[in-house]
Write a protein of this length. Structure first.
Ligand code: FE
Length: 216
């Protein structure tokens, strides 16, 4: 029986329950962090189509969007040398490293509300998680920290992040609007659980066999 996608399905179910019972950011970040910790503890569930690096820039593959846009789950795939602009999010988010390593350059708002580099950075390794939001710190720049390997992080945000109007800094440090979109043209299929259901069999009978082609 193969149900490799089960950890992502379980995460989506857990996040759906979480956003259904709380809209408090501290609760969402704390409980979402625990759910994300479990998801990134396993490196076998992410389908190949959502873990492939682009040549030109980092990739953002949508893995799931809540039907009410209360949260979204995205895999970020970094090739060597790839990095984001300095950017914000405008909503809460959690970033967990699944594979490789990421460097995060830290920014903070000055007295005029402008993002300024603090001169500090940190490197995140598999299992590490950090939070972003206008409350806990919303501006940063993220880059691949490995010169010859792909790095992947799994992000969950409190909105359909690819459709959120937010801001980044241009080369002159000016704030400009952007909407990130997504690179994926399809979503992973969380819901074909047929193999697992078949293998369980009826409650009081032999396990059914796989139907012949065309019998669906
Ligand atoms: Fe970010």
């Amino acid at each position: 029986m193969s149900d490799a996608i089960a950890p992502l399905r379980d995460f989506v179910v857990g996040m759906t329950q979480l956003v259904g019972r709380s809209s408090d950011e501290r609760t969402l970040l704390a409980e979402g962090r625990a759910l994300l910790k479990g998801l990134i503890a396993d490196d076998a569930w992410l389908p190949a189509a959502f873990s492939a690096a682009r040549k030109d820039r980092y990739a953002q593959y949508l893995l799931h969007a809540d039907a009410l846009e209360r949260f979204s789950v995205v895999s970020f795939v970094w090739g060597p040398g790839h990095r984001t602009p300095v950017h914000n999010h405008t909503v809460w988010g959690l970033v967990g490293v699944l594979r490789g390593a990421e460097r995060c350059d830290e920014f903070a708002l000055d007295a005029a509300g402008q993002p300024q580099g603090t001169g500090r950075h940190h490197v995140m390794l598999p299992g590490d998680i950090e939070a972003v939001s206008p409350t806990v710190g919303d501006w940063h720049r993220v880059s691949s920290a490995l010169p010859d390997e792909v790095s992947i992080s799994i992000h969950v945000y409190g909105a359909n992040i690819g459709a959120v109007r937010r801001e980044r800094l241009d080369e002159q440090g000016r704030r400009i609007d952007f909407v990130s979109g997504y690179d994926s043209e399809m979503l992973p299929n969380l819901w074909d659980r047929s193999a697992a259901v078949r293998s369980q069999g009826p409650a009081d009978g032999p396990a059914p066999t796989t139907p012949a082609a065309g019998a669906r």
